[in-house]
Design a protein around this ligand. Structure first.
Ligand SMILES: *Cc1c(COP(=O)(O)O)cnc(C)c1O
Length: 462
């Protein structure tokens, strides 16, 4: 499989090169040159298989040519062996036709472990083969950073630097980033918000001297390998509810549009997905956009679902690429307009988007109320992001199609909001119960590109 840029001006790359590169050199995002399709029989055959087997069948067409079959099977096995649940992504029933897909049984208790653990193993195998090393820099609103650190800690071919907004991540998230003792792990608390961190990261990628000098690699949700790993659980969940013979819908708590874009690819691959519902908190640029009001940046307002406090959704560019009929120059033009504050979407593209996506926005009060009512009605304690999803799902579900809401984090990752809403303190799983005792190591740093680049250059291993 070859990979092309959403802006049409970067060279085509193999899966391995697209993965190691992250952002394309024209500023675009890599997507597969063609979306592979699975037949009805192929999908029916997934029912009852272990998660790892489904993962291999779904992802193989995207990576063949870069990895050998057995090598890829071993990578998948290593990626998911540290999960705390044998099913990896179990489904729980909330009511008649509403299900929760629990994606928080990985090492950092959020769905990002599904992609990051796989990417860690993929990088290790690819870099070893090349005798090369890279510097991974990531920007995080909380969960990506800890997942990346957990995936790359101790790998000798990689230094990992994580930029997070100082004071805007939960204590569990911060400790997951600042307590690993491995010398290749560097947590940076930036004086700014998540959009500042993400903008600094983009600027580093566009500074080609720096990028080539430190062999910069990205594992943010712009990396196609991240999206790829997330396609799998749409298949495993739908297959266990009767796909391909029965349609399902998904509601996805959304920030950077990575997780839900994986659902879009699953649908294009032939999975019978009826609706893909975007759920946002008060930072609702995606909901406004999908409601027909254009894509215009606002100010990020801190919320109790901080992993979705995002105003510029990096992966939305991929959805726009398909909505605009794979026209890279049209996408490049929209992204130029975004620098001036935003853009309106053409009628044709709006129609294409509404064929797959619905959306809803949830206030802080509704989020708290949903945590409370979900505990009362379904005996499930959920994190605030998941609650945003549940509320939007309840507003959108229909009697005839099962709705699956993605439970994106464990409630113990956001104990303050969960306790405020429900009166119940969510305990950490026993395998990480000493998190609050481990010493922290972090560098506080200005929101300044020069300062960040100097720090990184000064701290990579030789
Ligand atoms: C990252 C994250 C999200 C948003 O996912 P995107 O792929 O950025 O849309 C939602 N919930 C939690 C808990 C997250 O960590």
């Amino acid at each position: 499989m070859k990979y092309i840029s959403t802006r049409g001006q970067a060279p085509e790359l193999s899966f391995e090169d697209a993965m190691l590169t992250g952002l394309a050199r024209d500023g675009g995002l890599y997507v597969p040159a063609e979306i592979p399709v699975m037949s009805q029989d192929d999908i029916a055959a997934l029912a009852g298989l272990p998660y790892e087997d489904i993962a291999f069948r779904v992802m193989w067409p995207y990576v063949s040519g870069s990895f050998a079959e057995d090598e890829f099977k071993e990578i998948i096995a290593r990626a998911y062996k540290g999960f705390g649940h044998d099913a990896r992504a179990p489904l729980k029933q909330l009511n008649e036709n509403h299900f929760l897909l629990e994606l928080f049984h990985g090492p950092t208790l959020a769905f990002k472990d599904f992609a990051m653990q796989l990417i860690g193993q993929l990088f290790q195998v690819a870099l070893k083969r090349r005798g090369d090393r890279v510097t991974i820099v990531g920007a995080t609103s909380g969960d990506t950073g800890s997942a990346a650190i957990e995936a790359f800690r101790g790998l000798d071919a990689v230094d990992v630097f994580i930029l997070y907004p100082h004071g805007r991540v939960s204590e569990v998230q911060r400790r997951q980033m600042t307590t690993p003792a491995d010398s290749n792990v560097h947590a940076l608390a930036v004086d700014g918000d998540f959009d500042d961190c993400q903008a600094a990261l983009k600027d580093m990628f566009n500074d080609f001297d720096f990028r080539d000098g430190v062999k910069l690699a990205g594992v943010n949700s712009i990396n196609f390998a991240r999206v790829l790993a997330q396609i799998v659980y749409y298949f495993s969940a739908a297959a266990s509810l009767g796909a391909p013979h029965r349609k399902v819908s998904f509601t996805v708590p959304t920030g950077n549009f990575g997780d839900i874009f994986a659902g879009y690819l699953a649908k294009r691959m032939g999975l019978p997905i009826d609706r893909l519902v975007v759920a946002t908190n008060q930072n609702d640029i995606l909901h406004r956009c999908l409601s027909g009001h254009g894509y215009f940046k606002g100010d990020t307002i801190p919320s109790i679902s901080p992993s979705m406090d995002i105003q510029v959704s990096s992966n939305f560019e991929r959805a726009l690429f398909y909505a605009y009929g794979e026209d890279g120059s049209a996408v490049a033009q929209l992204m130029d307009e975004l620098k001036q504050g935003g853009f309106n979407i053409s009628q044709g593209a709006m129609q294409a988007l509404s064929e797959s996506f619905d959306s809803g926005r949830v206030s802080e009060e509704e989020t708290l109320a949903t945590i409370k009512s979900t505990l009362a009605n379904s005996v499930e304690l959920v994190c605030p992001h998941t609650a945003v999803g549940i509320k939007v799902a309840e507003d959108h579900r229909t009697a005839d199609v099962p709705m699956i809401t993605l439970a994106t984090a464990h409630p113990a990752k956001f104990p303050a909001a969960v306790e405020q809403a429900s009166g119940v303190h969510p305990p950490l799983p026993s395998r990480m119960s000493d998190l609050y005792e481990r010493p922290e190591r972090v560098t506080r740093i200005a929101n300044d590109l020069g300062a960040l680049e100097d720090h990184i250059k000064g701290h990579i291993a030789e």
